[in-house]
Design a protein around this ligand. Structure first.
Ligand code: SIN
Ligand code: FE2
Length: 205
């Protein structure tokens, strides 16, 4: 049995196939209003392999000039982000154990060669709120470590419909995606993986 760091929960198959289909339809609407774009790393300006967009009152963005941040508008279209689909708001209510709604939902799209380096989610004000992360489409190899970069890590597969919660002592655990398993799911007709991360950004009054 894999032992996860304290505060890190893996909920395999949390969403059934019907819910996954409904969620994909809702995310298609989000992407229609707020197209996926290629973010760049702070300072180096290197392109990330993952394409991104957001929904919610705030979206997480990064670029060469201004680095990691949250903002209310899409960096390419300049429009406000579309709302977070209601299904995701209820998922947050069910899983977050946090009394306020999420403000940001980052939508990450991984092609078959995309990956994401080990990092912490620490651009949010209220770290009492967890990060709730949903996987759709092709499986990936997910890696999670400790709250320091050099701590031991464990890797496991995330399948379509799985949810991961980083909360409490696990809120600042390093995590990343080592690889995608192409053609491991038929949920997305053209393949690839969608990851949705729900976050509270500001501290409530
Ligand atoms: C992220 O940490 O933003 C993405 C995690 C994932 O794709 O599962
Ligand atoms: Fe993250």
């Amino acid at each position: 049995m894999l032992v996860l760091p304290k505060g890190v929960r893996h909920l395999p198959g949390f969403l059934n196939h019907q819910s996954q289909m409904e969620l994909v339809a809702a995310i298609r609407e989000v992407v229609r209003a707020a197209p996926l774009y290629t973010p760049t790393m702070p300072k180096s300006g290197k392109e990330m392999s993952v394409r991104m967009t957001n929904c919610g009152s705030l979206g997480w963005v990064t670029d060469k000039e201004c680095g990691y941040r949250y903002q209310a508008t899409h960096p390419v279209t300049g429009n406000p982000w579309p709302p977070i689909p209601t299904m995701l708001l209820s998922l947050w209510r069910d899983l977050s154990a946090y009394p306020h709604p999420p403000e940001a939902c980052l939508v990450n799209f991984y092609s078959e060669t995309a990956k994401m380096g080990l990092h912490q989610d620490r651009d949010e004000r209220d770290l009492r709120a967890p990060v709730v992360s949903v996987s759709l489409g092709d499986a990936c190899l997910f890696r999670v470590g400790q709250t320091s970069r050099d701590g031991p890590t464990v890797s496991f597969r995330l399948e379509s419909g799985d949810v991961v919660v980083l909360g409490g002592e696990g809120r600042l655990c390093f995590h990343g995606v080592d690889r995608i398993y192409p053609e491991s799911s038929t949920l997305l007709p053209k393949g690839g993986r969608i990851n949705l991360t729900l976050r509270r950004v500001t501290a409530p009054e």
